[in-house]
Structures are given as structure tokens and as C-alpha cells.
Design a protein around this ligand. Structure first.
Ligand SMILES: *Cc1c(COP(=O)(O)O)cnc(C)c1O
Length: 371
């Protein structure tokens, strides 16, 4: 059973409750974060991540920090103040990408859709036509705030047709669905360890394509500092390759935890894991329909790892969330922004979740009396 420190079932849209052997890594004595032994572990961990990203050609780094650090490094390393970037915005994390770009003094061209609807590739085509000087496109894959999956393959085709750098925030999707970074033309792909990768908060894996390096190396702007500059990470990977292939004290515990999570993923098989998640998502959606709290998204837009349900008419989602926490010790979450009151979100991105927990949350929701 998936019990957190206050004995509750953690089903928020990240962080997840990791598997026991992943948690166990965090309680082990501190180890030396350099030298041949740890360097080998670090490189093996990166090698295990590459098939999850769906890349053979990209360089992968484990930036220390939250997923946002990865998005910050991607945008800040590749673009110079004043350059134009087209950013897809249809939820909180799209807004966040936009803020990051604005804070680097980029000219941001926003391609928006309403919160709760997917981004429209045609709007990107229009934006590219109106802004032929744009350098990059940035989009969120799974918009965690609304549970909407964006059409990153179609948007990527446009980016490639027009020679634009393509940045994808896959923080809440990577690991849970088939992902083909190379085939989809993604140049900078960002994730985080506390969601579908099955580990704890603390690392932001980022994959950098050969074309991304071209763009980064062309960028004359050094305004983005040192730690979140991808050139810094490449430098240490190359120059200190055999003993300390990163620029800082690597958070060895979080690397060990990620490694344990990836071993579990490999052992189950990436496709088996993803199929298992899909089946659990279908079971949850079916259960929500049965108890009259139907899923917020249509089935053809379903995500395998986060499901939003519609709160009962006139009842703010916060009441349902509080009820589940207080009466059933299940932690789920409300919507965000304009959807805060109307949807509740259930995260099921942990490998320890089974039919039992899915049925438990449906049962608990079915007992809600409203008002
Ligand atoms: C969780 C999340 C982030 C932010 O991750 P942090 O680790 O909190 O910085 C970014 N984008 C998406 C899509 C997310 O779900």
C-alpha cells in the first residue's frame, strides 16, 4: 500500500510516492560524488535515460534542481536577449515557460489556447508566418495544470520545416508514454525526477540535440550565468569526463534514487510500464463516469498519468479534495487558475499504484455527499 509519512495515499500530480528501493537510497550514508566508481554510476544512469527520451544522438545531463531549472537552462542557454521565441500557452506551465523567456528579455510571441483545450498547430503555423525572424518554439507536452496533452509531434514538424529550435517541457510525461525525441525533432527536452521517472525531487534531466548545440554555440550572450548554462555542463562532461563529469557537487543520493527507479523501469520494460499505466488510467476514467464525476478530457486526449474529474455542479473542487484528505487519507489536488474550482486532479504517475489504489480513490469519491 502506498503510504506517506502521514499515512495517506499520495495521488497528487507530482511529486509521486516512489518505490521502496528508490526511497531506501535516500537513507544511505553519503558517498563520494567523484572518482571512477561514482562517475560510472552517473554515466550508466544517463545511458538508461536515453531510451526513455527516445534519443541516440542527444547529450543528456542531470541538472541539479527542479524541472524549472531545466526549462530555465534550455531557454537561457539557447537564446539571446531580444531574440524571438514562440511559446505555447494553455495552462500554468505554459505561462511559466513564457515567464522564463521574458525574464531572459526575449521577445515572446504567445500562441494561446484556452486552459483545458490543446494548443493548435495551425496557430503555430500562423505565428511562424507572421514572425519569420523567430528562433525557437517552446511548448509543454503534458500541461499538468489541466491534464491536456499538446500535439508536440505536429508542432515539431512545423519547427523543423522552418529551421526553428524546438524546446519541449516533458516534465510530467517523460517515462509514462512512448517518446521519440529524435524522431519528433525535439532539440531541448526537459524533465524532472519526481514525476513519471519514478524518483524524488532534485534532478532535472535535460537532453540536448546536435542542432541545439549549434544554436547554443552561436549564442553570443553570456547573460545566463554559469550553473544553468548548458555549455558549462558540456565542458565538465568532456574535460573532467573520467572523474567528475559535472560542474558542482553532484547530489549523489538523488542520482542513486533515480538509478534505482530506472532499473525498476527497465526491469518491468518501458512499454509494459506504459501499458500498465494506460490500463490504470482507463479504469479510473471508467470509475469516474460510473460515480457521476466524469473525466474532464475526452478519451482521445486522455493522459496515462493524470486524470481530472469534473467537480459536482456548485461544489468547489477544494471541498472534494479536503474531504478525500480528511475522511479517506487520500491526497489529490484541485485544478489551477481558471479551473481551480471546477476540476479535481488525480495523479497516478507512480509505479507502485495498482488497481487497488485506483478503486480506493473511486470508492472514496463515491462517498462524497456534496455541499
Ligand atoms: C511539475 C512541472 C514543472 C515544474 O517542475 P518543478 O520540478 O516544480 O520545477 C514544469 N512543467 C510541467 C509540465 C510540470 O508538470
Amino acid at each position: 500500500m502506498t503510504i506517506s509519512d502521514d499515512n495517506s495515499l499520495l495521488m497528487i500530480p507530482g511529486p509521486i510516492q516512489p518505490e521502496k528501493q528508490v526511497l531506501a537510497e535516500m537513507g544511505k550514508p553519503v558517498r563520494v560524488h567523484y572518482g571512477p566508481e561514482f562517475t560510472q554510476i552517473y554515466k550508466e544512469t544517463i545511458a538508461m535515460l536515453k531510451p526513455v527520451f527516445g534519443t541516440q544522438q542527444a547529450d543528456v545531463f542531470l541538472l541539479v534542481g527542479p524541472g524549472t531549472a531545466g526549462n530555465d537552462a534550455a531557454i537561457g542557454s539557447a537564446l539571446s536577449s531580444g531574440e524571438k521565441i514562440i511559446v505555447g500557452v494553455n495552462g500554468f506551465f505554459g505561462e511559466r515557460l513564457k515567464l522564463i523567456a521574458e525574464n531572459y528579455n526575449l521577445q515572446v510571441i504567445t500562441v494561446a489556447s484556452a486552459w483545458g483545450t490543446p494548443l493548435d498547430p495551425q496557430s503555430f503555423a500562423d505565428a511562424i508566418r507572421s514572425h519569420p525572424d523567430a528562433k525557437a518554439i517552446a511548448v509543454v507536452h503534458l500541461e499538468t495544470s489541466t491534464t491536456i496533452l499538446n500535439p508536440i509531434v505536429e508542432i515539431g514538424q512545423l519547427a523543423k520545416q522552418h529551421g526553428l529550435l524546438y524546446i519541449v517541457d516533458a516534465v510530467s510525461s517523460l517515462g509514462s508514454m512512448a517518446f521519440d525525441m529524435d524522431g519528433w525533432g525535439i532539440d531541448l527536452c526537459v524533465s524532472a525526477t519526481q514525476k513519471c521517472l519514478g524518483a524524488l525531487p532534485g534532478l532535472a534531466p535535460i537532453a540536448v540535440s546536435p542542432y541545439a548545440w549549434e544554436v547554443i554555440d552561436r549564442n553570443p550572450n553570456k547573460g545566463h550565468g554559469f550553473l544553468l548554462n548548458l555549455q558549462t555542463w558540456r565542458y565538465y562532461t568532456n574535460e573532467w569526463s573520467d572523474w567528475h563529469p559535472f560542474p558542482i557537487t553532484m547530489t549523489a543520493h538523488t542520482v542513486m534514487a533515480l538509478r534505482a527507479a530506472l532499473i525498476s523501469l527497465q526491469t518491468e520494460g518501458i512499454e509494459n510500464r506504459q501499458e500498465r499505466y494506460r490500463r490504470l488510467a482507463l479504469r479510473l476514467r471508467e470509475g469516474l463516469r460510473r460515480i457521476g464525476l466524469p473525466p474532464f478530457t475526452p478519451d482521445d486526449l486522455m493522459t496515462p498519468v493524470i486524470t481530472a474529474g469534473c467537480a459536482p455542479q456548485g461544489v468547489p473542487a477544494g471541498k472534494l479534495v479536503a474531504y478525500l484528505s480528511e475522511e479517506h487519507h487520500i491526497k489529490i489536488s484541485t485544478g489551477l487558475g481558471p479551473l481551480r474550482d471546477t476540476i479535481f486532479r488525480i495523479g497516478h504517475m507512480s509505479p507502485i499504484l495498482t488497481e487497488t489504489e485506483i478503486d480506493w480513490v473511486i470508492h472514496a469519491l463515491s462517498k462524497f455527499q456534496g455541499v
